[in-house]
Design a protein around this ligand. Sequence first.
Ligand code: ANZ
Ligand code: ZN
Length: 776
Amino acid sequence: MSDYDFEAMQRRWRPVWESLGHLAAGATNGQRRSLVDMFAYPSGDLHMGHAEAYALGDAVARFWMQQGYDVLHPVGWDSFGLPAENAAIRRGEHPADWTYANIETQAESFRRYAVSFDWRTRLHTSDPEYYRWTQWLFLRFYERGLAVRRRAAVNWCPVDRTVLANEQVVAGQCERCGSPVTRRELTQWFLTITAYAEQLLDDMAELEGHWPAPVLTMQRNWIGRSAGAYLDFGPFEVFTTRPDTVFEATFLVVAPDSPLASSLCTAGQRRAFDDYVSRVRAMSEIERTTADRAKTGVFLGAYGHHPFTGERLPIWAADYVLPSYGTGAVMAVPAHDQRDLAFAQAHDLPVRPAAAPAATFPADRVIAEAEARGVGRGGVTYKLRDWLVSRQRFWGCPIPIVHCATCAIVPVPDDQLPVRLPDLRGDQLVPGEVSPLAAARDWVEVDCPRCGGPAERDTDTLDTFVDSSWYFLRYCSPAYGEGPFDPQAVRRWMPVDQYVGGSEHAVMHLLYVRFFTKVLRDLGLVDFAEPFRRVLTQGQVILNGAAMSKSKGNLVDLGEQIDTYGVDAVRLTMVFAGPPEDDVDWADVSPAGSVRFLSRALRLATDVGPTPPAGPGDERLRRTTHRLVRAITGLMEERRLNVVVARAMELANAARRAIDDGSAADPAVREAAEALAVVLSLFTPYTAEEMWARLGHPPGVARAGWPVVDPELAAEPTVICALQVNGKLRDRLEVPADITADDLIALALASPAAAGRTVTRTVVRPPRLVNLVVSG
Ligand code: ANZ
Ligand code: ZN
C-alpha cells in the first residue's frame, strides 16, 4: 500500500487532463452520445449523494469515450430556489452571493472528483442569459393557451402572511413560526399539463425496458387514468367508473367548494352551506380523503333526476367529493360504495340493495343506452392536475407578464427579455404584507408595453421545476443568443441517450420534462417527443440503515472521506457497493478495501513495467482476459456496474497469479494489466492514468480505446458431462469446462431426467459427471 499515494496522483494528473481536453464533446469524430446527470443544487459543497450519482454517470460516459464515441457530458446548476433566499435573509446578503460562492466550491470539487464533464457547457439557471429563455418559453406556452391564470387554493400562513409550498407545511403547521396553516384562494399561473395526460401515458410504451420499471409505474399512477362514463343527472354530469351501478344510485353529492355547489344551493340552505364551506376550505386534500373520517355534509335543497328512471334524487354537498376530479360531482351508490354507504347512514339517506346478478346491466350496455338517449357518454378522467407554477418568492425566474388596467394581461415583448430581478437583499427579502417582489415598487411599476399607460409587473416567480424542464437542451449550445437552443446542435445531440439521477425525481421532474418536450415538439422546436432514451435512478447513500441528515447528526462528510481514502477509492466504493439503483449503506462498505485493491492494481502495472515484451503469451491467461473483457462489456451495456468491478478484480487476480508464477515479462500479463487499466479508467481515473504511465504509455488512458475481444480466445470451451440418475446414464449435457459444482447441480435438477423425481442426494464431479440419487 506504501506505493499508493493518491494525493500525488491527484496532484499530478488533473492539470495534465485539463490541458489534454480529450474528454470534451467534439474530441473525436465518432458517433455521438449524450449523458446528462441531474442538476446539482448549490447548497454547500458536494455530499455523499452527489459522489454516488456522479460516479455512476461518469462510468457510463467514460465507457462510451473508450468505445470511441463523441460524448456530450455537460454540467450545470439548478441555482434558483428557497435555500438561497433563506440564507440571504440570515446573512443580510443577496441570494446570488451564497449561490455563486457555493457553485464555485462545487465546481472545484467536481474537478477534483474527476467527473468527465465538458466544462464549456456549464450553465446556471439563475443567470439572466439562461432565464431569459425560460421566460421566452413561458410566453410560447402562454400563446398556445398552455399557461393560464386561475384562482386556486394555496397554503397560507396567517402570521407570516405568506404562501407556503407543501414542503413548508409540517404537520399542518408553518415550518417557520409553527402557527396553523390555512387555505387561501389566490390567482395563480398554471401550465396545463393535463392537456397532455393521454400522450404522457401513451408514450411510456417506448420507454418500457429503458426506464426503471418503478419510475414508469409511479408516473402511471400519478397520471391516474380512470375509464368510465359521464352521466347526466339534470343540473350536472357525474363521472363514474361504475356505470353498471347506476340503478342503485339514491342521491347525488357535489364538492362543497365548487362553483356548482354554491349555484345549486337554495336560499333556505344557504346559511348551513356557507358555514360548512368555510370549514371545508381550511382543510387539506389529504385530510379530506382520509378513508375513515366522519362523513360530514349538508343538503343543498336541490334535486337532480336519474338519467334512466327519471327518479328525483336529493343533492348534497360533502367534503369527500373533491372539486378538481372528474366533474366535481358523484352519483352516490351506497349498495356498492363504502364511502357512499357511510354517508347515507350518517344522514339517513336511502340505500337501494344491489340487484340480483341477472337483473344487472354491464357497464358497456349502460354507456350505449345513455349515448342513445343523449344522457351520457363513455369517457375517461385523470388524477393529474395542472401544474401550479406561481411562487410568491424572490429568488426565481420572474414571470414575463405585465398587468395593465386597460389591456389586462400583456406579455413582455421578446426583445425586452429578460425581465431581470431587482437587486434585493437581506431584510428586503422577508415576506411582509406582500411578497418581496411586490413590495419593490420601482420594479413593479412599468409602462404597459401595449398602450404605454401605467401598469404593473407580475410579481410572482416560476417554480424552479420550470427552469429544470428544458436545461438539457440548452447544454447543446449554452451560449446561443438567437433562441433557447440552437436547433442544429439539438439535432446533433438530443434526445439524451442516458439520464442519471435520484429516484426522488421519479414523478414530478421527470414528468415535467416529458411534458415540456412534447410542447416543444408541438411548437416545432424539437423533432422528438421523449427527452431521455434511457434513465438510471440511483439509490441513496445512507448510514446504518437510516438516511443521513444534519439534524440526526449522522452526516458522513464527502471531503473527509476523500482526504482519507482518495477520490478513486470513494468512487470505486460507491460503484462496488451494490446494484446502482440500491441504497449504499456507508456503514457496510469498505473504502479501505477499495484502497487495497487499487494499490494492488497499481503494483501490477509497476511489476509489468514500461517495456513491451515479445512472444505469443500464455494462452490460459489470454483466454481469461478476453472472456472477462467480453463479460464486462455486456455488463456495462446493462449498467450492472458493481458486477463490472467484481470482474475487474478477477482480472487483477489472474494477472497477479501469473506474475507470482514468474511471468511478469509475458505479453499475456501486459495484455491483462492494460485491459485492467482501461476498465478501471471508467471508475478510478487517477489510478488508471498512473497505471497507464507505468505501463509506458503517454497520458490519456480515458481515450486509450476499449480492449478488442478476440472471439476465439473469449469462446467458452465446453465438455460433455454425463448426467446419471441412481447411477444410470440418462442424459448428456454440454457444459462450460470451468463449471462449478453448484451450477452443475442446478443444471442437472432442471433437466427433463430429473422432472418429477425427489432428489435426496447428489454426487458431482465437475465438469464430467453429475449423479442424482432419487427416492421411490
Ligand atoms: C359510482 C360508484 C359506485 C363509484 C361504486 C365507485 C364505486 P377512481 O377509480 O379513483 O377514478 N368520484 C368521481 N368523482 C369524484 C370526486 N370529484 N371526488 C370524489 N370521488 C369521486 O374513482 C372514481 C369513482 O370515484 C367514481 O365512480 C365516483 O364514484 C367517485 F360502487 O361512481 B363512482
Ligand atoms: Zn395597457
